[in-house]
Design a protein around this ligand. Sequence first.
Ligand SMILES: [Cu+2]
Length: 353
Amino acid sequence: MKRVSLALLALAAAAPLRAQSLLYRPPNLGGTWVPDPGVVQFNFVHRFYVAPGPSHAVVNFPNFTLVAGFGHQVAFGAQFATRSIVGLGNGAQSTNETEVYARWRLHGAEGQPGFAVAVTPAYNVLAKSVDGEVGVDWTQGPLTLHGAARAMSRRLGQSGNGATAFAGGFNARLNPYVGVSADVGSFVSPTVRAAWSAAINFLIPGSPHTFSFHASNATSASIQGASQGIASPKNVLYGFEFTIPLHLKRFSPWFHGSPKPVTLGAPAGASLAAQVDMASIKFTGETVTISAGQAVRWTNRDPLEHTVTFDGAEPGSPPIPPNGSYVHRFDKPGTYTYHCTPHPFMKGTVIVR
Ligand SMILES: [Cu+2]
């Protein structure tokens, strides 16, 4: 048991946070996070309430975020909400709220201890408002605390004057895969309800995806939308968020054909005794038998990365890119079972006599 939890901790410490993780951000705060260069992040928030009988109609509040990393800690993105409370006020012709934004993280990194600071200038198309947020978070062990100061030049839903708002929240990670979070956001001298949320967050093991179940009263995730809560006809919405990082280089086979072959591992002087292909997310030849001192070569025929990760103490491969190979020599007799870390259902065995 202890060994398992140590292994999980090691995994969590080693796994890079290339994706925006809901274990480090509560539902209604953008946080300080920017995607790595070449990564497009797609986050989907869906909230709803159920209308009273007899219709029991489900009324939906979908929100989409699409943001791309451009390097130098800079990201450009947009949020789109189809039923925004921002659009219910003065001057709104629609409830379709679009906010385009940039984010520059001046300091810190997601998942690292200490402070991170980011500025997020934005333009709310529905409100015709120049908005902005300064976000700060602080991580220590299982806890991340968040604060944000917001300003907008033309607040929709009210007189159209400018406004300022503040928000705060936290994430508490119970283990590397499960956490809880909550936040509040409110205009200064509010005439509308403050926004709030509470969530349970999950990292899906072996994947870059996180999701959360939440309760909240905010109808959109924009700077304006996350600063006010819906009051009628319901004041609690339930929902979820799912985060999907798209590594653009993953799509390079669409445009560039097969990538160049590379060989990893490749211990000198090893005689190759077996070849295992990784194809269609399977190890072909699930069991191979060799003699001590001989080597096995794995070749990745899939358009995505795989690993050869041994279940025992034997050191395994780094991520093997498409068209890449990995060669490993086995010096001691034994039965070596292994799997692929991103696809744990991929399994194989090497028997060394
Ligand atoms: Cu795999």
